[in-house]
Ligand binder design. Structure first.
Ligand SMILES: Cc1cn([C@H]2C[C@H](O)[C@@H](COP(=O)(O)OP(=O)(O)OP(=O)(O)O)O2)c(=O)[nH]c1=O
Length: 217
């Protein structure tokens, strides 16, 4: 990226970060904010949950794992890792292994409330600090017939999504309501993340020339 490039949104990127993610959704979420970043997915498979590991502890551990693996390759830049899981009862639901598992998951989620938790880890080499946090959202799924769920699975969208659905995609029809951050369900809690990126100087608000006329409300 051209680090002198003009800002594309409300933030100027002062320290381009490395996004340790292969998720097109995470890449899109940062891009839509106009934040400049490099993409360097973690080449190692994320660790599975430990027995009885709390969901928030797991997604944090997984996000840290991804960030630390990529930071080994880019020790000079801030590195952001993230991990999102759908929690139903005591089960941590990641991405389905196949269409059958995706359908079974969606049948379990139908008509219920479930949690979506995302862990984020930002490694800041300049400050020699690692920042971590989790964000929780509650999703209420409507009741859907087996035929509809089978047709949704056949679309292929569920196969690379935690919980076997994409709230931002075709799967939006499944969701009756969300409490908490919507972007957290997609894969990055942008409200909390942009606060952290500002605190660490990765981004700053774009300066508005004082000559700019105030917007007539
Ligand atoms: C619940 C939900 C998940 N997802 C996606 C976001 C993530 O890409 C994926 C969660 O799996 P993750 O393991 O968090 O991420 P990933 O494997 O896709 O990418 P990486 O590990 O390289 O960062 O599910 C949606 O796109 N929409 C949704 O509504």
């Amino acid at each position: 990226m051209d680090e002198d490039a003009p800002p594309r949104g409300p933030f100027r990127t002062k320290r381009p970060l490395v996004l340790a993610s292969a998720s097109p959704r995470r890449q899109h979420l940062l891009t839509q904010l106009g934040i400049y970043f490099y993409i360097l997915p973690c080449s190692q498979p994320e660790p599975p949950p430990e027995p009885d590991e709390l969901p928030a502890d797991y997604v944090l551990r997984s996000a840290l794992f991804k960030a630390r693996e990529v930071a080994k390759q880019r020790p000079d830049r801030p590195v952001l890792g993230a991990d999102t899981a759908v929690i139903l009862g005591d089960d941590i639901l990641g991405k389905p292994r196949n269409a059958q598992e995706a359908l079974a998951t969606l049948q379990r989620l139908s008509g219920t409330d479930h949690e979506v938790v995302t862990g984020c880890a930002l490694i800041d080499p300049d400050a020699r600090e690692t920042h971590t946090f989790t964000a929780h959202s509650t999703v209420h799924m409507g009741v859907h017939s087996l035929d509809v769920l089978q047709a949704y699975v056949a679309s292929g969208e569920p196969l690379d999504k935690a919980g076997s659905y994409a709230i931002q995609g075709v799967g939006s029809f499944l969701v009756e309501s969300v409490s908490g951050s919507y972007t957290n369900v997609v894969g990055l809690p942008l409200h909390a993340l942009t606060k952290l990126l500002q605190r660490t100087g990765v981004i700053t608000p774009v300066e508005i020339p004082c000559s700019a006329e105030p917007v007539e409300l």
